[in-house]
Write a protein that binds this ligand. Sequence first.
Ligand code: TXA
Ligand code: MG
Length: 316
Amino acid sequence: MKPIKTLHLHGDAAGIAHAAELLSAGALVALPTETVYGLAADARNDLAVARIFEAKGRPHFNPLIVHLADVSQAKNYVEWTQNAELLAQHFWPGPLTLVLPLKPDHGLSPLVTGGLSTLALRVPAHPVAHQLLQQYNGPLAAPSANPSGKISPTLARHVLEGLSGRIEAVLDGGACPIGLESTIVGLLDQPCLLRPGGVPEEDLEKILGRPLTHHSAADPLNAPGQLGSHYAPGAAVRLNVTQPKPGETLLGFGAVTAPMNLSENGDLIEAAANLFHYLHALDAQNPAGIAVSPIPETGLGRAINDRLRRAAAPRP
Ligand code: TXA
Ligand code: MG
């Protein structure tokens, strides 16, 4: 692929207008959301969507999330349900993705769904993403804006480090406040947790009034991109460590002495916001290994541990 010049746009009115123009012309634009930066293209444009896969080195069977400006747009693409309405009322705009049956005549590129009969939808809350979506007034397919398998970006700089020369622009909205991808819930049969993320499972269960089921590899509905090694820094990652080995750098949590601490007070929200940021920073230092303190398996801790387990998984 011939390298292209990647523009670094400000997340102001002029930058947003420029991004919308580029997207209409079939370009790839990375945009800030409250979770992580996404790599957006018009979800109706086959060629633009194909270029997302090419730029990221993403396998084609791994479907994309479609981003919309508001709930009413969602109903154009999927069979809406009571549970969808309930969750959308409480958590949209926000870090929640819903997977629902695709409607016929949806008009989206078939590459978006990777051949599935379901679609993942999200209405982001970040003001820059929201303004862009409102102005664009069309569906934007956007995976996280990192090369496939690498750490997700929480700063425009991370996007440029991974994808510069492969995308037309990045719209800079500063640091992503949540710092972890959206929670994905399947709503085909029983509400099912497909990926832990920015909305804690406990909060969803409170609103639904029942526990979520959990996806297994045998489910017809699973998040195909959820398998094996992911979010992988260059160094080997070891989890639940209280005593790092010589040469290992400690990524701390809570009251431990470490060169980098996700949250000295043991605050999981702060730890989530710091996680990818610190993994990028540690990766740049090229340590012999990264050891991580134990993190409690509650609230956002579940999503943090999910990402850390993938970062530590054996590499392909
Ligand atoms: O916070 C986020 O969700 C970010 C921002 C940019 O919105 N996006 C994101 O996209 O994390 P991505 O592509 O990195 O992860 C999306 C996950 C993948 O694991 C994919 O397999 C799954 O969503 N997915 C997409 N469509 C699906 C569907 N129809 N059924 C089940 N899983 C789906
Ligand atoms: Mg991703």
